[in-house]
Design a protein. Structure first.
Length: 628
């Protein structure tokens, strides 16, 4: 028997939705499938009943089915209004809570934190509302103005304005360096020589020096400098990022709850075993990132930062989005956000994408480094500073000579998860690959490094050279790099050793070695504060012996300035091991460009390393001791 349907038209915001309701005359003879679509494209479906249940369609089942049908139609018709009402209700409830919280207690750190977060949230909400209401009108106005102006006049005005801003910013930054840096800390001028040296070398060995566009190069370094200026040379900026770093550390410590439950308190807290103490942090952060990606928070943040970088540097939206994404996610995850663009990207853009991946670290491993004892505020700052530096050095090493085809910022990838629970589950599941990769790579590189050191030591013994090792060789080979970043001269070999470990193995091992030096300096400072006598400790090779407590500080100590420079210089995936990982990941995303990717991956890795060194130079130039 054919079904009879009643077509119902419902107008909501200018659109017609069709709901098909079966009449009672044939309700017992048909499977019932009601789909209602609203303006947002959401589907509301009632599952069909089995044949055995159709005979019981009267009575309570019939009433239940009619209720379901009515609710589905109502939700379909008023879905957008219901969403707005729920959001408004949530907003009202939050402000009620906020008002009472401010009334109940104000002045402590928690109340200030709540106030600052609320103000930031309100500002972002107002910006969002303004863009929704006035964004299209502003675009129409801009397009109308451009249609009346000649293209030649527009380009000329833009060119002269850009040059004026570049000169003004350069003079302002130069004046500040001379007045506030070099007068008080003349030794920091070494870092300026390092900056100039890297820029000159990369210009000489550029893929096409004649095609270098200086706008992205200048503004990339200028933004890097301005970020560092706020954080390292202003006390309020330093304290703000110190506070942010403390909050990040506090947040990541919640991973201990799951780790202790699974592995036990002894392995996690008492002995601090690497696999049970550090790797759970990666799982936790990866899971949180997955949830933020599902909620769309990550896309919004990355998109806004990408737009900012694109506006300042004049780079294409796709490569700017990737650079912004690398601040938060890893080198293989960030390209997923711009996957629709990869096929048509120019070689210069692909080089910028790969350089950005090599010049930064993922938020997930940042948590592991914080767990080592590396300051979170400096790691966060280094990730932010390296993003524009990577674009700048990339455009210097591989200038753009083609016309870009990636202009649309709205084609970002979206989460495939259907709800928050699935996002948590998929994030935790995906982190297994990252955790396994970290664990096996650390084991493999430590094994290889030990073998290389024993081999070098054996060869050294044959000719009367004691203590020959990979680290010793690196301490001499990379000495100029450490020196020109502004490292204190007594610490140059130790920082050079860390740079060598990072470049030829990975940054994980380098930060592990740095964490030992950081812990040593803290212990040494506490010891000298208690005993207050230089005769109570002494050097034994590179080690420091603390006499009264019978403690040996293996590998000695370095100054706070050298620690900061090393933290910034090591903050990137730029090493030979990552080349294979990145090339494999990118080739899987865009197989047709495998040949181009293999041609530029080595150049991109070197550029990523230099971007990290430039960040170290800026940190060395602007370093100021706040007594921390």
């Amino acid at each position: 028997m054919n079904s009879e349907h009643t077509s119902v038209e419902m107008k909501d915001q200018g659109e017609i939705n069709h709901g098909y309701i079966q009449t009672e005359t044939n309700a017992k003879e048909q499977n019932h499938d009601l789909k209602q679509s609203n303006g947002d494209g959401n589907k509301f479906q009632i599952e069909p009943m089995d044949n055995e249940e159709e005979e019981n369609y009267t009575g309570c089942p019939g009433v239940a089915y009619k209720i379901q049908t009515g609710v589905a139609i109502a939700v379909g018709k008023h879905g957008s209004r219901i969403k707005q009402a729920v959001k408004l209700l949530f907003l009202v409830l939050y402000f009620v809570y906020f008002g009472y919280a401010m009334y109940y207690e104000f002045g402590d750190e928690g109340s200030i934190r709540l106030l600052v977060c609320t103000v930031i949230g309100v500002v972002l909400l107002l910006i969002h509302i303004f863009n929704r209401l006035c964004g299209s009108k502003i675009k129409l106005f801009d397009s109308g103005e451009k249609s009346f102006a000649t293209e030649r006049r527009h380009r000329k005005m833009k060119r002269y304005t850009g040059r004026f801003l570049m000169v003004a910013v350069f003079l302002g930054l130069a004046a500040y360096i001379i007045y506030d840096v070099l007068i008080d800390y003349p030794q920091n001028a070494v870092s300026i020589a390092g900056l100039a040296l890297y820029i000159i070398i990369f210009y000489i060995f550029s893929k096409n020096p004649a095609k270098v566009k200086w706008r992205p190069v200048f503004w990339g370094f200028a933004l890097q400098y301005i970020f560092a200026l706020v954080i390292l040379r202003t006390e309020w900026g330093y304290q703000a990022f110190q506070w942010l770093g403390d909050r990040v550390t506090e947040f990541l410590n919640y991973s201990n709850a799951g780790a202790v439950f699974v592995f036990g308190d002894v392995l996690v807290n008492t002995y601090g075993v690497f696999a049970f103490r550090v790797l759970p942090v990666v799982v936790f952060f990866y899971t949180v990132t997955s949830v933020l990606y599902y909620l769309g928070v990550m896309q919004v943040i990355v998109k806004k930062m990408g737009m900012f970088l694109s506006f300042c540097l004049g780079t294409s939206p796709a490569e700017s989005l990737n650079a912004a994404g690398n601040i938060f996610v890893g080198m293989t995850e960030a390209p997923l956000m711009i996957q629709p663009f990869l096929e048509n990207m120019t070689k210069s853009e692909l080089h910028a994408v790969m350089t950005g991946g090599f010049a930064t670290i993922a938020g997930s491993v940042l948590g592991a480094y914080v767990n080592f004892g590396v300051p979170a505020n400096h790691l966060i700052t280094a990730s932010v500073m390296s993003a524009p530096a990577a674009l700048a050095i990339s455009k210097l090493a591989y200038p753009e000579t083609e016309r870009t085809k990636s202009e649309d910022m709205d084609r970002m990838g979206k989460s495939k998860d259907r709800n928050v629970i699935e996002a948590i589950s998929s994030g935790a599941g995906n982190s297994v690959k990252v955790v396994a990769a970290i664990a096996v790579n650390v084991m493999a590189f430590l094994c290889v490094l030990e073998f290389v050191n024993m081999t070098l030591d054996w060869f050294g013994d044959r000719v009367g050279v004691d203590g020959l090792s990979f680290q010793l060789i690196c301490s001499y080979v990379f000495y100029p790099i450490a020196f020109f970043m502004g490292t204190d001269v007594p610490d140059c070999r130790k920082v050079a050793e860390l740079v060598g470990i990072k470049t030829f193995t990975n940054e994980f091992l380098a930060y592990k070695e740095l964490s030992i030096l950081i812990a040593n300096r803290k212990n040494f400072t506490q010891y000298t504060a208690v005993w207050n006598a230089s005769s109570d400790w002494f050097y034994q090779g590179d080690d420091i012996i603390l006499h009264h407590v019978n403690q040996t500080l293996k590998k000695g100590i370095i100054s706070d300035k050298s620690e900061v420079i090393a933290t910034y210089a090591l903050c990137g995936f730029s090493n030979f091991g990552s080349m294979g990982i990145f090339l494999g990941g990118m080739s899987a995303l865009v197989p047709s460009r495998r040949g181009d990717l293999s041609q530029i991956v080595l150049r991109a890795m070197i550029a990523g390393n230099v971007a990290c060194f430039l960040t170290g130079c800026i940190a060395g130039l602007l370093y100021k001791d706040y007594g921390t």
